[in-house]
Design a protein around this ligand. Structure first.
Ligand code: NAD
Length: 300
């Protein structure tokens, strides 16, 4: 089985490295020369173009910044025939990028109309999960294609969930991250309120982490230093999961809310809050750093 891996950025490169370590025959490509150099340094063979990498391949994996990149690469333009035109007949296209649900469905339709198979398989777990091969995959597409993809995904991740038909992997990702974005703000607001009321961080943590306020945003990603020594708050909010990525994901959630007409006021507001956060230094900080803006916006 020959695999093309396109998009060798922060996530893609370590994912490709894990595939090679697991014994898969991988050829990579990235449009950015520095990413190509890093891939070569990590012993990943790199082709001269995306189409060269994908030519005759049985599996084509993409790990791109956005849905536009995925659809453009599938289709091609000008001299570029596009990935769908060059892969082996009936090849499996695995898009691991985080993109909008409707874009994932459009990419799937393009693949099917080119007689290819496709799955959306976005991830959570960040760069550390990509490096350690412990990503969680949320997969949308046909059951038989999911079965075929499983050994590949299991070489890069630990938890692989089939969420349903095409697009539902992205749906699961957007719903999960909407919960995460909203709960991280709620936890941060509670700590700032506690501070103003004279409650210590540790006392609030000890109560809420053993009561109904318990959640990942509190017990793993605690936004104040101290109670959870491994949380980004203990290293000046170095990510972790950057504010820019949370703003992007909640933008995709807002698109899905628009598409479906769901009245999710908390999700929409969280998107606005992270967009403002990510327009400044918050872009590169862990999203739990949102607590600093809540303090700044709460004059004593
Ligand atoms: P990144 O920008 O580091 O990597 C994307 C790479 O794709 C870049 O190197 C870019 O040059 C390359 N690329 C774009 N178009 C291309 C094309 N046509 N052919 C070949 N290469 C192309 O981004 P990342 O942090 O690796 O994230 C990738 C995806 O994973 C995004 O959709 C992101 O939302 C998602 N994601 C990221 C994280 C994270 O913590 N970084 C976590 C979960 C999900």
């Amino acid at each position: 089985m020959r695999i093309a891996f396109l998009g060798l950025g922060h996530m893609g490169l370590p994912m490709a490295v894990n595939l090679v370590r697991a014994g898969f025959d991988v050829t990579g490509f990235d449009v950015v020369p520095a990413a190509v150099d890093a891939a070569r340094a990590a012993s990943i063979p790199v082709a001269a173009s995306g189409s060269d990498a994908a030519a005759g391949c049985d599996v084509v994996i993409t790990m791109f910044p956005s849905g536009r990149h995925v659809i453009d690469a599938y289709r091609g333009a000008g001299d570029d025939p596009g990935l769908l035109a060059v892969a082996a007949p009936g090849a499996l296209f695995l898009d691991c990028s985080t993109i909008a649900v409707d874009e994932a469905r459009a990419a799937h339709e393009l693949a099917v109309s080119a007689s290819m198979r496709s799955l959306d398989a976005p991830v959570s777990g960040g760069v550390v999960g990509a490096e350690n091969g412990t990503l969680a995959f949320m997969v949308g597409g046909a059951e038989s294609d999911f079965e075929d993809a499983l050994p590949i995904l299991e070489a890069m991740g630990r938890r692989v969930v089939h969420c349903g038909e095409a697009g539902l992997g992205q749906a699961a990702k957007v719903c999960n991250n909407m919960i995460l974005g909203v709960t991280q703000i709620a936890v941060a607001e509670a700590f700032v309120l506690g501070e103003r009321l004279g409650l210590s961080h540790q006392a609030l943590f000890d109560v809420a982490s053993n009561a109904s306020g318990q959640c990942w945003a509190l017990t793993t990603n605690c936004p104040v230093p101290g109670p959870v020594p491994t949380s980004p708050a203990n290293r000046e909010y170095q990510p972790g999961f950057a504010g820019a990525l949370m703003a992007k994901d909640l933008g995709l959630a807002a698109q899905a809310l628009e598409l479906t007409g769901v009245d999710a006021r908390m999700g929409r507001l969280a998107g606005e809050i992270y967009t403002a956060f990510a327009s400044g230094p918050g872009a590169g900080q862990d999203f739990s750093g949102i607590i600093t803006t809540i303090r700044d916006d709460s004059p004593e």
